[in-house]
Design a protein around this ligand. Structure first.
Ligand code: ADP
Ligand code: AMP
Length: 214
């Protein structure tokens, strides 16, 4: 099963993608996590990506498409995957579609986690991220068992540089301009499913299971 998560930054794509990956036994593939791992390890890709990420802008398609296609070509992706944060532009979606078509394959579902902009700013300020395993928490809505520590791997949680309010505003603008058109792109292909992302996370997950099947 190949799934794409769509939605504004902070809509809960990562939160749901981790739960989907766990339930269906497929890898969670997040381009944002891959960039943050590169930044942490100070690789040339990380240095380049950081320039864009800190400004709330998208990393250029050439760089993003390459890391994504390399990742999904790995063995653990052969039975499917859940993509979180990719594609974010129409050209990225076209490259993915073409690469899969060459393998006689395609995406099964594009799930749009729908959350209005008003709710997003609140969520991002309270988001705490684990840069080691990619798990995400919220100080109020999804707190870790022990404050500031990842439940999954014990790493210290951080406020992401790009979750500061001025950068969040820019990321929302970029989302509306460049990423939202993907909703029509997948709708035209009959792959789009929408869920109400303002509900508590377990309710959102129940609606996703209703779409994907038990
Ligand atoms: P995205 O991957 O779309 O950027 P995240 O999954 O990181 O978003 O979620 C953004 C923030 O909102 C996180 O702090 C997360 O814990 C919190 N969150 C996720 N889903 C919900 C929900 N259904 N209700 C309230 N807060 C949520
Ligand atoms: P995320 O963790 O998905 O919120 O992504 C964090 C940041 O990484 C984004 O604001 C972009 O700067 C960059 N990024 C992640 N995925 C992509 C993508 N598919 N295309 C371009 N930039 C991306």
């Amino acid at each position: 099963m190949k799934i794409i998560m769509l939605g504004a930054p902070g809509a809960g794509k990562g939160t749901q993608a981790i739960m989907i990956a766990d339930k269906y036994g497929i890898p969670h593939v997040s381009t944002g996590d891959m960039f943050r791992a590169n930044i942490k390890n100070n690789t040339p890709l990380g240095v380049e990506a950081k320039k864009y990420m800190d400004q709330g802008q998208l990393v250029p398609d050439e760089l993003t498409v390459k890391i994504l296609l390399d990742r999904v070509a790995k063995d653990d992706c052969k039975n499917g995957y859940v993509l979180d944060g990719f594609p974010r532009t129409i050209p990225q979606a076209e490259v993915l579609e073409k690469a899969l078509k060459e393998l006689n394959d395609g995406i099964d579902f594009a799930i749009d986690v729908d959350v209005p902009d008003e709710n997003i700013i609140n969520r991002m300020g309270g988001r705490r991220a684990c840069l080691k395993c990619g798990n995400t928490y919220h100080v109020e809505f999804v707190p870790p068992k022990k404050e500031g520590i990842c439940d999954n791997c014990g790493e210290a949680l951080v406020l992401r540089d790009d979750d500061k309010p001025e950068t969040v505003k820019k990321r929302l603008d970029v989302y509306h301009q460049q990423t939202q058109p993907l909703i029509d792109f997948y709708n035209e292909r009959g792959l789009l499913k929408s869920v109400d992302g303002t509900k508590p996370m377990n309710e959102v997950f129940d609606s996703i299971i209703a779409i994907l099947g038990e």
